[in-house]
Design a protein around this ligand. Structure first.
Ligand code: PA5
Length: 425
């Protein structure tokens, strides 16, 4: 994995600015490692890749295998950090149209508990009526309304469909080790459970069973994912420092928006995970970059206009994937009636890369600086690297901003009003 900075002329920092930011970033990393900074009871994620035991991974893989054998569909019910990490990894690696594939070897993963939309849940139930399925309910607190309501409805659906005992064998609960309503229900009903460690917050939990179980059920190699994360933890924490320095410099000089730019539709949910990680971690005390995303070249035909010539508010963090896993040739036509023969010597990826490079040049001219993170392929190991890289850089950046990157007090405001409106006692 590589990291590179391309500042527009107007954004180039002075050496002394960079030296000050480097000192801040390095002491922030030390605070994370020594567990002396804000929110230090939520730093379990820092050593997760090196602390995960092989037996824990094996337990997750065995449970996933059991689910895979009896399920056409696997429903993951959770919201925020209790689902985005799993979805980010699964969508990055899966066949783009796996729902329609005839030779499916893994259950289709569907998501619930992340919305209060009645139509969404009704449509899901409609599908689940006709499919063999299992359910994983994920909630650290065990009380999150969206997830809890969904679980009540799906639990009843499963029990009606399969009877109480078989339904119980199809439910996995991932929650706190000891406390919470979900834990009580799981104990009473005898569900298989996995623990979200006390010292790991939701949005930093993808390398716990929260992310690993759904990813394993979807058929991906969680050992490789963890190995990738471990490589950054042990060998390349410096690239997270470099990234934190660059984004904090750009924030300091007035850029308020960080756009995560991808050129692969299957990274769309990786961008959603990134937005939650950075938005909830940094956006507080009237501070923080606003994380947004675009997927090019699709969005070059919509947001591209604004990025090129609208208000100069943003910089780009580009997630560059060097090679495709599959290859498509552009056919050469004798009559060249569509005038595309000049492209037939390229693969589609090569054309995508030229679009990426051309866009980088154009946006630099338009005073949009770029931070480029490159991986060679989309695979488990590289996604593991990206996860740990972004988590580490987020912890460092939060401390550089002098906020607690591990709480989310603002999320309570809507809940307070919603519960009052619903008459909760
Ligand atoms: O990152 C976080 O902590 C949040 O996004 C939570 O994951 C989210 O609110 C869901 O919480 P819970 O797992 O308690 O249901």
């Amino acid at each position: 994995m590589k990291f590179e900075v391309k500042y527009s002329n107007a954004d180039i920092p002075s050496n002394s600015d960079i030296n000050i930011l480097r000192q801040k970033a390095e002491s922030s990393l030390q605070l994370l490692k020594n567990k002396q900074g804000k929110g230090n009871d939520f730093l379990g994620w820092v050593e997760l890749p090196s602390n995960i035991k092989q037996e824990e991974l094996q337990d997750i893989i065995s449970c996933a295998e059991y689910i895979r054998q009896k399920s056409e569909v696997f429903v993951v019910a959770g919201i925020g950090g209790s689902y985005l990490g799993a979805r980010a990894v699964i969508e990055s690696l899966k066949h783009n149209f796996d729902c329609l594939k005839n030779d499916k070897q893994s259950p289709i993963v569907l998501y619930a508990g992340n919305t209060l939309s009645e139509d969404y849940l009704a449509d899901l139930l409609d599908i689940l009526d006709k499919k063999d399925y299992s359910l994983c309910v994920i909630s650290k607190s065990g009380t999150t309304t969206e997830t809890a309501i969904t679980f009540r409805i799906l639990r009843q659906h499963l029990e009606k469909k399969y009877g109480h005992n078989e339904a119980s064998s199809r439910i996995v609960a991932i929650t706190d080790e000891k406390k919470g309503i979900l834990k009580e229900i799981a104990n009473k009903e005898g569900y298989k459970t996995f623990v979200i460690p006390d010292n790991v917050g939701g949005r930093y939990s993808v390398l716990t069973p929260v992310g690993l179980l759904p990813i394993a059920v979807a058929g991906f190699d969680i050992r490789e994912l963890v190995k990738g994360a471990l490589q950054i933890q042990q060998n390349q924490p410096n690239i997270a420092i470099d990234y934190a320095i660059a984004r904090n410099h750009l924030y300091d000089i007035g850029k308020k928006i960080e756009l995560l730019v991808t050129y692969q539709p299957n990274l769309t949910f990786f961008a959603e995970w990134f937005k939650q990680l950075y938005g909830e971690s940094e956006g507080k005390e009237n501070k923080g970059l606003f994380p947004a995303s675009v997927c090019n070249t699709t969005d070059l035909h919509s947001m591209g206009q604004y990025i090129q010539q609208g208000e100069r508010l943003m910089f780009e963090t580009i997630l560059h994937v060097e090679n495709a896993n599959k290859r498509i040739e552009i056919p050469y036509l004798q009559n060249d009636d569509d005038k595309l023969n000049y492209l037939s010597k390229f693969s589609l990826s090569e054309i995508n890369h030229k679009a990426e490079l051309g866009t980088q040049q154009a946006h630099l001219e338009g005073n949009v600086s770029q931070l480029v993170i490159s991986i060679d392929y989309l695979n488990e190991s590289n996604i593991g690297k990206l996860i740990y890289f972004f988590e580490l850089a987020c912890g460092i950046s939060g401390y550089m901003l002098d906020v607690n990157p591990f709480d989310q007090p603002g999320v309570e405001f809507y809940k307070r009003n919603m519960f009052a409106l619903l008459g909760k006692k």
